[in-house]
Each structure stands twice: as structure tokens, then as C-alpha cells.
Ligand binder design. Structure first.
Ligand code: IVH
Length: 718
């Protein structure tokens, strides 16, 4: 290993940056070999030379010191601080399926999307879903350079030094591997290792760990790689990120390649075609589950052919070509101590059962949602009975609770024999427990049936709605203001001091100015220190410019989730255009209303709710105050701007023959086009298949460019 010979004094900033990056990876690599695995590759003297070189460059260029620098790792650096890594390809999650029918639906949807008859010709892989932590391992020129956790899917934490201690993970790939390889999979702790560790903790009189998954996560997020090394973590490879070249054409082939490169792959992986064989394998894995030396929580099915995976593509957060078939949730018995009512952002009254604490599948459960009034009575959404014999739930009842993964625990059933004679049916409140306003169940206009949700009619006077609104506003997918968590929002909301209170979202952005003018100083209040106050103000200031979709989502308009907010941002481009259109739109009438409804993915209920929001003067006033403080950025130009259809609006009509409607839509959107459901003056292209009717007529009438499917395919490049 040659230490670079350019004298430090003559290094350019660019050279220094590159070298510090290389040294960080290289020293981490040797650290790991030394502490964790096998034998060191270099002598102590050579190792010291690398460290000295790193220190010398840092002394010359202090502005270039990396957060993952070896100089930052020595001594007692604070735990949990890792450098951020932006994933070259996002790390997505999987949709869940729970029943055989769900799996049949999934398979059918794959065939439907691809426009094929369900004839068992499409192969799927089926493999255990490992209950660990997902990890992305990046190799450049066949050497492990970065290991990153999933994080929020876009950015994760750089845990390279720790990953290097895991024996299952090769630090180098064979010569036939491409130049850039990202192998993804699951880091986990074996059940046997977990039990041995806990036995040791117990023998030493220390507190034991809760479950292998959390222990694996804790062991990995250690600044001292020696701790990670002592925990014997393991790895299974099952997916990939960026690849400079694809070494196989199928999922199965990729897994085989990973195996050949030295990664452990799961031996229960199968390649199957019929639904029956897939479900058989699921049951087989379920039978083996107790005997496996690792925790699993389901079986993952993936379309095998990678070209089909590419055609199927992704929804916002998960691929269309895969699903996780979860094992039935774990259950336990406990009692309902009381029933509380929580009031949400949109005024929904949600009953919550407070339970005698009970461990379900390794986690202590104290609350379970009871959803709504009907659910407590034992009536489902469509008036059906949801519990055998339609038992209602009463305070004092012994109940069966169920916990599935991260989902909020549910009360499944009541043990009638154990019901105390004094237990009376629960009477659902008719008024909001927070503001005292009437609470009502609205009537659904279309069906004439009562809505299942009871809603507080207090609106802005209801403190619960107001405070929940602020919590939504600062949440991760909205303004994402670090340092303003639930506790802090409650504190600022409750405060009566003009220099501290936050009653509506815009107040967040005037907090600092009010503080500056006042004698009450946040930093003197318990729970806030000088550093945290500065960080909070920095975090607030960092959001004075914000992506349009986040801004729209943060407004908390009923029925407008993240996906709808993205659609709106993309369709209208700027806040001014969006708000102007919404204020001119009248329900079920006029150009602005039609345009809103023509956005594919926005239905009438959602559209009506948005228009309703903009009719309320109080909303407009709050938004105006917000706009005085923050600037929503215009929506970014669609990706793939080199495509001739990027930014154009297209309508597909008639029966398509070359692709299914879903595929046509996904493909067009992938190229940056907007797909609309109806033809208007703003439509750029109408792609008409056989049997096209009124939309085609309208296009002709408006002089919109009409083309056949083949012409469209030529336009988008095949
Ligand atoms: S595939 C694009 N396969 O489950 C899909 N994921 O809910 C990439 N997981 O974050 C994931 N075992 O951590 C896949 N055999 C398996 C898995 C698996 C566990 C985890 C993974 C992911 C989560 C998705």
C-alpha cells in the first residue's frame, strides 16, 4: 500500500478532498480487519503512516475534515452521529399482503398491468422476509467503499467502518464484477447469538436486550466498530441499487451472481410460476419459521424477469413487481382499562383502548385503536358484523389484541365469559371532549349512509384540531422541522407568553423575531438549551424555501395526502397558479373544476375537499400569513427533460392494443408527461386506440394533436 507522495503543502483543494475520502475508506477498512475479521493486511507502521497523512492533510485543509474521518472517530465521539449518504438509487419499501386472496390480487395485477392473460407464464421468486435492517453496500472497482443504512429511503447513515467487521460481507468482489456495484440486503442477528448475548448480560447482572432486530440495529449504530465486531452480525443479499452493468437478466440470476461473489443468499429462495406453488412455499416457510436461526415476518414475492420489473415500475414508494406476504400477526389476551377519545387534525374522534400492558411478539402493548363508534359496537364499514356474534367492546372486558409489524395494535375480539357483570355498553360522546362542540357523523351524499367517523364541528376553535394541525405541518413529509416534535409543539401551543406561543403554523416563522424582542428567553426554559435553541431556529430558517408539494401537503387539506400533493404541485407548477385556480373553482362546474378533476388520480371527493378549503376565509388568511414568511418553490420541471413528451399533457382513449392503460400511464409519467383523464384546451396529445369516442371528438373539436398508439411509441422512442 503506497502512501501518496505529493507533499501536503502542494496539494490542491481538489486533490486533498479526493485523498481524504480515499483515506477515510482505507483506514476504516484496516480498522475493521484489525478489530474484527481475520488478519491485518498492513503493518502497524504502514497503518500509522496512513493516519499521519490524514492528519497532516486535515491540518492543512481544516475545512475539508469529513464527518467520517478517522480523526473524528478516536476518543469519545458522541454516539449516533454518522455521516449522511445519499443513495444512488432510492431504497424502497414493499407493499404488504395478508391473505391468499391478496396474493391472488397481486399476481392478477401483474398480469393485468402487462396486458397478459393469467396463464402461469410469469415466474416469481419467493423468499423469506428477514426481520433485520436493510443495508446498501457500494463497491467501486470491486472494493467496498460505502455501507449505508436505509434511513428515509433517500439518505441513510454511513456505517462503513462497522459493516467491515461483518464476516458475511465481502470487502472485495471478484474480477468479473462490474466497476460499480451496489448490493442490498438485510443485516441481522441470529437468534442463537441473541440468546447467548442475553445469557451473558444476565450473568453479568446487566439489562437484557428486547429482540434480535433492535439489538442488531443498536450494534451497528456504534461509533466504536469493536462493539459491532463483537456482536457477530450476519447478512443476506437479495437486491441491488446502482450497477454499472447488469450481470443477469432475472432476479434469480442476480441472487446466484451475488452468491458467486461470496454473499450469503437465503437458501429458502425459490423460483415459481403458479399461485398454488407460491402459496405452498409460503406455508412451507411458515412451518420452518420456528426452527430457523433468524427472525422472519413473511415471504417476499418478486417478478423474476428484470425486463418485466422495469415495465411494471414503481408506485410512489414501492415496486409494482413485488409484495411482502406477511405471516399472521401475533396475539395476546389483556383487559381494557378505559377508553379515551383522541381528536385528530381533521376533527375525527378516535376511540383508543387503554390496556393492561401486555407483551405481544416481543413488544409491550398498552394502547389499541378502536377506530370509531361502530367498531366498538362490532359493526364494520359496510354494516357487516366484524366480530363473531358482534360482541361490543366494553371497559373491563378481556380482549384479544393483535399486533402486525409496525401497525397500531388492534382489538380482535372479546372474551364474553370473562365480562364483568358491571360492564356497560360504551356510550360514544356526542360532543368533542376537547372543545365541547357538537360531534357528528356526516351523511355520505352518494350512499345516504352515515359516515363511520364522528367529527368535532369546532373547526378552528377546537384546540385539539389546531395543535394536531401544527404537528402535521412540521412532520417529516411536510415541513420536517427538526427540534419541533410533539412535546415541543404542545409546549409552544399551550404557552400564553406572546414571545413563545405558536397557535398557527405561521407563528413558527415569527418565533425568533418575537424572542429577539422579548425578555423571556427560550434557552432559559427547561428542556431547551442554548445549542438546541440555535439549532431549532436554524431548522426553521432552513425551511423558508420549500418544495411546492411539501407546502401543499403541509396545509393539511382533508383527503390531500402526499401523493395528491405531488400531483397538484406537478399539475399547477406554482403556488400562485394553484391557489388562483382553486379559488375560482366552484364545485362541479366550470373550467377550473374540470381541470382539477382531469388530473388522473384526483377524484371528486378530493377535488371538492380542496375547493372547500379555499372557500374558507380563515384558511386563506392563515395561508397568507404563511406566505409572508416562506416561499414555496415552483415545482421542478419534470425529469427526463430530453424526452419530447416531458411536460406535455396526454390523454389515452379507446381500447389500447400495444400496452395496458396502466402501463401506458406509468411509462408516460416516467418520461415526465402528465396523464389526464379528460380532454381540455391544455391537452397536448390524445392517443386514440380503436373504439375511441367522445374524447376523440372533443380533441378534434379543440384541434388537439391526435395520434395512434404506434405514432405515440415512435414519439417516445419505442
Ligand atoms: S426486497 C424494492 N427482499 O423489507 C424492494 N426486502 O418492506 C426491495 N426485507 O426495506 C426490498 N427481507 O429491509 C426485499 N427478501 C427480501 C427482504 C426484504 C427483508 C425488508 C427490507 C425492506 C423491507 C420492505
Amino acid at each position: 500500500m503506497a502512501v501518496d507522495i505529493i507533499p501536503v503543502e502542494t496539494l490542491t483543494e481538489e486533490q486533498a478532498t479526493a485523498e481524504l475520502q480515499r483515506l477515510a475508506a482505507e483506514i476504516a477498512h484496516h480498522d475493521a480487519l484489525y478489530h474484527g475479521k481475520d488478519k491485518p493486511e498492513i503493518s502497524d507502521a504502514e497503518y500509522d503512516a496512513l493516519k499521519r497523512r490524514n492528519d497532516a492533510i486535515e491540518a492543512q485543509f481544516p475545512q475539508l475534515v469529513r464527518t467520517d474521518s478517522p480523526s473524528q472517530r478516536v476518543g469519545a465521539a458522541p454516539a449516533g452521529i454518522f455521516a449522511q449518504v445519499t443513495h444512488a438509487r432510492p431504497m424502497l419499501s414493499l407493499d404488504n399482503t395478508f391473505s391468499d386472496e391478496d396474493v391472488q390480487d397481486f399476481v392478477a395485477s401483474v398480469y393485468r398491468f402487462l396486458g397478459q392473460m393469467p396463464d402461469n407464464s410469469i415466474a416469481f421468486t419467493a423468499e423469506p422476509k428477514i426481520d433485520g435492517l436493510s443495508m446498501s453496500l457500494r463497491y467501486e472497482n470491486r472494493r467496498l467503499v460505502t455501507a449505508a443504512t436505509r434511513g428515509d429511503g433517500t439518505t441513510g447513515e454511513n456505517v462503513t467502518a462497522n459493516i467491515l467487521t461483518i464476516k458475511d460481507i465481502p470487502t472485495e468482489l471478484p474480477g468479473d464484477a462490474p466497476d460499480v456495484v451496489e448490493v442490498r440486503g438485510e443485516v441481522y442477528m441470529a437468534k442463537s447469538d441473541f440468546m447467548a448475548l442475553n445469557a451473558q448480560m444476565e450473568a453479568e447482572g446487566k439489562q437484557t436486550y428486547v429482540n434480535p432486530r433492535n439489538t442488531a440495529s443498536g450494534s451497528l449504530r456504534q461509533l466504536d466498530a469493536k462493539v459491532t465486531a463483537s456482536r457477530n452480525l450476519r447478512f443476506f443479499a437479495y437486491a441491488w441499487g446502482e450497477m454499472s452493468q447488469m450481470p443477469a437478466e432475472t432476479q434469480w440470476g442476480m441472487v446466484k451472481v451475488f452468491e458467486a461473489w461470496g454473499f450469503p443468499v437465503n437458501p429458502l429462495t425459490r423460483r415459481l410460476t403458479s399461485i398454488e406453488s407460491i402459496l405452498d412455499h409460503y406455508r412451507e416457510i411458515g412451518l420452518q419459521r420456528p426452527d430457523l436461526d433468524y427472525d422472519i415476518d413473511g415471504v417476499v414475492y418478486k417478478v423474476d424477469r428484470l425486463d418485466l420489473q422495469a415495465r411494471l415500475g414503481f408506485r410512489s414508494r414501492s415496486p409494482r413487481w413485488a409484495t411482502a406476504h406477511k405471516f399472521p400477526a401475533e396475539q395476546a389476551f389483556t383487559t381494557v382499562e378505559t377508553i379515551d377519545i383522541q381528536v385528530g387534525r381533521t376533527g375525527a374522534l378516535t376511540p383508543v383502548a387503554r390496556l393492561t400492558p401486555i407483551t405481544v411478539g416481543g413488544v409491550v402493548v398498552t394502547n389499541a385503536t378502536l377506530h370509531n363508534e361502530d367498531y366498538i359496537k362490532g359493526i364494520g364499514n359496510s354494516g357487516d358484523r366484524i366480530r363473531p356474534e358482534a360482541h361490543d367492546i366494553r371497559i373491563g372486558d378481556t380482549v384479544i389484541v393483535q399486533r402486525a409489524g409496525d401497525v397500531i395494535p388492534q382489538v380482535l375480539d372479546v372474551v364474553l365469559e370473562k365480562r364483568p357483570p358491571t360492564a356497560a355498553p360504551y356510550v360514544f360522546p356526542k360532543t368533542c371532549p376537547v372543545c365541547g362542540s357538537h360531534a357528528v357523523r356526516e351523511k355520505n351524499e352518494k350512499t345516504g349512509k352515515l359516515d363511520s367517523v364522528t367529527r368535532c364541528t369546532g373547526g378552528f376553535v377546537c384546540r385539539a384540531q389546531a395543535v394536531e394541525h401544527i404537528k402535521h405541518f412540521v412532520s417529516r413529509n411536510a415541513f420536517d422541522i427538526e427540534g419541533l416534535g410533539t412535546k415541543q409543539v404542545d409546549f409552544f401551543f399551550e404557552s400564553d407568553d406572546p414571545a413563545l406561543m405558536i397557535r398557527t403554523a405561521p407563528d413558527i416563522f415569527t418565533l425568533k423575531a418575537r424572542q429577539d424582542r422579548s425578555l423571556t428567553k427560550l434557552e432559559n426554559i427547561e428542556g431547551f438549551g442554548r445549542v438546541s435553541v440555535r439549532k431549532l431556529f436554524d431548522a426553521i430558517d432552513a425551511r423558508r424555501e420549500i418544495a411546492l408539494n411539501r407546502f401543499i401537503f403541509a396545509l393539511g387539506i382533508r383527503h390531500v395526502g402526499e401523493t395528491t400533493a405531488k400531483l397538484l404541485a406537478r399539475s399547477y407548477g406554482s403556488y400562485a397558479v394553484f391557489s388562483e385556480a382553486m379559488q375560482t373553482a366552484a364545485p362541479k362546474f366550470g373550467e377550473a373544476w374540470n381541470e382539477l378533476n382531469s388530473i388522473e388520480g384526483i377524484g371528486e371527493v378530493v377535488a371538492a375537499s380542496i375547493v372547500e378549503f379555499f372557500k374558507e376565509p380563515r384558511n386563506l388568511e392563515v395561508v397568507q400569513r404563511l406566505l409572508d414568511e416562506v416561499k414555496p418553490l415552483d415545482a421542478e420541471a419534470p425529469v427526463a427533460s430530453d424526452s419530447p413528451v416531458a411536460g406535455k399533457t396526454v390523454v389515452f382513449t379507446g381500447s389500447l392494443e400495444r400496452f395496458t392503460r396502466d402501463e401506458a400511464k406509468a411509462r408516460a409519467e416516467g418520461l415526465g408527461a402528465k396523464v389526464a383523464g379528460s380532454v381540455s384546451k391544455k391537452t397536448d396529445y390524445v392517443v386514440a386506440g380503436p373504439g375511441a369516442g367522445s374524447k376523440l371528438d372533443k380533441a378534434r373539436e379543440l384541434g388537439v394533436n391526435v395520434m395512434t398508439e404506434d405514432e405515440w411509441l415512435t414519439l417516445i422512442g419505442g
